[in-house]
Design a protein around this ligand. Structure first.
Ligand code: ADP
Ligand code: ZN
Ligand code: MG
Length: 499
């Protein structure tokens, strides 16, 4: 029996006005290189860092939302290493005294959440330097853009307790939703605003009573050697890379081999991990407390008090889902969908409010969001809840409920509503396109009469006791009304007139 274990390390760029230790703008959308820079984030000698209060507050809010313990005492540390993207020769991070310890998310225990600074961005330009065929000055060179240097970065570390790839994926998606809900980070993986590293090991389950078994409460003694996987640019890659790595390590162990501790990358084309480098130990980083920054006595800063932070939190994703189950008795899949992004949830809440939170109507609305609206947006290639007026959508739901729209008619009306920009009155749209179901007995009566006159054979069969013929006649009448007739109404009229 081989038992996989996964631990995640996740970085997220925090949304703040300025950088972590200087007053340069923190603008992830800046495309011109090296414009948001100053002597501090370029590490000129003689400059001193000042910690960003907004960034500290983000970490404390994330930590509180996750149920972690906020530090009374916290400090920054220098993590020394050499690379062109780290101009000081060290990164300011946190080591022994992080801002947050413990907590959990989707049942996965957390080790810690701490604050550090991002590195500059290295760009390796293709081609060969000095190639006379190439006109670009930069061909074959490595460039460094310092706009990102010193952006506040959250690092969250989980315990090695995740049993499989799908749980790891669920954890990462939920964390993204939480960071967005808190306004702490945009957390886009493609933009590198959220970066996920997965540590994977496989252990051969030990037989009980083996002589060499170490103390049972030592978790790590039961874990296999871990491999760290980097450059995972989507949730899907996270899951696939973990699955691949579990298989690779299991096979290695089965064949009598040994897993070596290393950092591996993920090759998206080949869908496999590959060796990058052997991992340095933490001793190599020569961590020591940063002498240029004051220690943080968190509990002495009123705005960082546990209660003040707690009171500042919006409705958290899992509480929102509980509310949807409790107030509207939505199905689990529908809850997962409508609460899956902030835009959807805001739209759904606004629709629910426009429907006076009537749970029958709200459930119907959820059905239409999950099926018809999702289908329309999938076809368009993007979700645009912001332009869709929740009141217009709510009115459409009311028209369905009142049977003024059939499900077919509602689908068409919704498509026209979205196409027209999302603000028109669905009743007017439906009327203009003859989509309103006709309940009017006179209008439907005329249709029924003409069907009876035309379909004498079916009429006789029904009179003779054949129930299916009635369905056939209803179908004919529906067709004659071009879908606008209400089927129950038509059936009632047919029954009355055939006798
Ligand atoms: P390092 O000192 O190499 O950074 P840590 O103990 O700090 O290692 O753990 C880093 C990450 O690796 C954490 O997310 C942790 O859960 C995970 N991890 C540690 N040991 C294992 C293991 N044996 N298998 C899987 N993940 C592990
Ligand atoms: Zn700066
Ligand atoms: Mg570590």
């Amino acid at each position: 029996m081989y038992r996989p274990t996964i631990g995640l390390e996740i970085h997220a760029e925090l949304k703040t006005r300025t950088k972590m230790f200087c007053s340069c703008a923190n603008d992830p959308d800046e495309t011109r290189p090296n414009v948001n820079i100053c002597p501090i984030c370029l590490a000129h000698p003689g400059t001193l860092p000042v910690a960003n209060r907004e960034a500290v507050r983000h970490i404390l809010r994330v930590g509180t939302a996750l149920g972690g313990a906020l530090a009374d005492y916290s400090e920054f540390d220098r993590k020394s290493y050499f690379y062109p993207d780290i101009p000081k020769g060290y990164q300011i991070s946190q080591y022994a005294n992080p801002l947050v310890v413990g907590g959990s998310l989707v049942g996965v225990e957390l080790t810690r959440v701490h604050l550090e600074e991002d590195t500059a961005r290295s760009i390796h330009v293709a081609g060969e330097a000095g190639d006379p065929e190439r006109s670009e000055r930069t061909a074959g060179r490595s460039l460094v853009d310092f706009n990102r240097a010193g952006i506040p970065l959250m690092e969250l570390v989980t315990e090695p307790v995740i049993p499989d790839a799908s749980t790891a994926g669920r954890f990462a998606r939920e964390l993204q939703l939480l960071l967005r809900t808190l306004g702490a980070s945009e957390a886009n993986l493609e933009k590198g605003e959220m970066r996920i590293e997965a540590n994977v090991s496989v252990a051969k389950s030990q037989e009980p009573n083996l002589k060499n078994q170490t103390s049972t409460n030592d978790q790590n003694s039961k874990l296999g050697t871990k491999v760290e996987i980097k450059n995972l640019n989507s949730f899907r890659s996270v899951e696939r890379a973990i699955d691949f790595e579990i298989k690779r390590q299991t096979k290695l162990l089965q064949e009598g081999g040994k897993v070596v501790q290393e950092t591996r990358g993920w090759n998206e084309e080949k869908q496999e991990t590959f060796h990058q480098r052997f991992k340095e130990g933490s001793a190599d980083y020569r961590y020591f407390p940063e002498p240029d920054l004051p220690k943080l006595l968190i509990s002495e800063i009123p705005e960082f008090g546990t209660e003040a932070i707690r009171a500042s939190l919006p409705e958290l994703p899992w509480l929102r889902r509980e509310r949807y189950a409790r107030d509207y008795a939505l199905k689990e899949n529908d809850i997962a969908y409508v609460s899956g992004t902030l835009e959807r949830a805001a739209f759904f809440d606004a629709v629910a409010a426009a429907l006076s939170n009537d749970s029958d109507n709200v459930r119907l609305a959820a059905n239409y969001i999950v099926s018809d609206l999702a289908g329309i947006y999938a076809k368009k290639g993007n979700e645009d809840y912001e332009s869709l007026d929740p009141n217009a959508f709510a009115k459409l739901i009311k028209l369905v409920k009142a049977q003024s729209l059939s499900s077919r008619g509602a689908k068409d009306t919704l498509a026209l509503l979205v196409e027209g920009g999302g603000n028109e009155d669905p009743e007017i749209i439906a009327k203009e396109h003859d989509l309103i179901q006709v309940h009017d007995a006179t209008a439907l009566g005329a249709i029924v009469d003409s069907v009876i006159a035309r379909e004498q054979k079916a009429v006789e069969e029904y009179r003779g006791g054949k129930q299916a013929s009635l369905q056939y006649l209803v179908g004919q009448a529906m067709r004659e009304s071009r879908g606008a007739g209400n089927p129950q109404e038509l059936q009632k009229l047919l029954r009355e007139r055939i006798g």
